[in-house]
Write a protein that binds this ligand. Sequence first.
Ligand SMILES: [Zn+2]
Length: 404
Amino acid sequence: MITLTYQYKLRPNKQQEAEINLILDVCKSVYNYALRERKDWLSSRKSSIKSCSIVSEYIIPADAPYPNYNNQAKSLTIAKKTYSRLKSVNAQVLQQTLKTLDRAFSDMKSLGKGFPRFKKKLRSFVFPAMLKNCLGCGQVKFPQLGWVKIRQSRQYPEGFQAKQTRIIKKATGYYLMITFTSSELVPDNPVGKVSLGVDAGVESFIATSGGRLTKAPKFLLDQLRELKLLQRRLKKKKIGSNNWLKSQNKIAILHEKIANSRRDWHFKLANQICDLADNIFVEDINFKSWSKGIVRKQSLDSGIGQFINEILPYICWKRGKYYAKVDKNYTSQECPKCGHRQKKKLSDRKHNCSHCNYQENRDVAAAKVIRNRGLIAVGHTVNKNACRDGLAGVQLSLFDLLPS
Ligand SMILES: [Zn+2]
């Protein structure tokens, strides 16, 4: 299945605006309540008998189950029957809020993020299931809100259905993020002859196994620089003042501009990649956790995750190309020619194999490893010749590529 996310400016009427603010407010209460519940439970387990004080004593029974998502969702359903405020908001939206909290806790464990905090304000909420035929010309139909006008800055993708939407409140108004999924389960396109590995580069935006290195375009970097500047200026302004609002507005407009030009560039680039091969292979990277690294700063702003996970598969699908993800482990350490693994520092720009002396740009080498893994996955043989032109082709079997 393919997903795409588009952003639009929302133009709610007065009544809808009030409704959105009510939802945000109720969601905030639910979030904070659920967080308090988890916090209390955790604190009640923390205090050992020795340090047990009045402060750390809680009235939670020792066998009370941890308020995980399922338990909290159950309590919410019950509470909804008695509290009219809860009743006034779509049940799925509230459940989604609990999911958000749940994710904050799992991110804390897996990504090392901080302990979730109580929210003074909630900026957004999600309708996890959109109605059929919810996309109208210049308007979108939501559960609870009905038809809401949007500024349709771009067409909805063809052959796609809106699956979920997020409504975001910013200083400059309300925005909408629609996640589209392909309406039918799309069968993979057949495997073709020519294969290409695509790697999210350290220095470049992407590198291909064919040796192409693509940097983020200058206009995009310029826009991002301008955005940083505006954000720095915003900090110096008094919150809520006229100048502050003006500044916020400027930033919002620039954000939209960047999102649009970035998307256009991504579509172009994806099409160029599809011109080069029949089979496109990428790494199975979780860009969310990857972004914690210092490495990615530039590429992250360029939306590498969205490019690899949304736009590239979408264009591949449209163009009849085969797209697949391969195991991400050690792609940057492995030699594409002999399979030997050696550690690289981030500052190492070159792949220089101590085993077979193969030399290559670091990112291109990784792209070649990705291509090799893709070839094996689709049952093609890996041709050594592809690594160095002019050499007689030597067929490597799967076993040659396994680490010794
Ligand atoms: Zn080697």
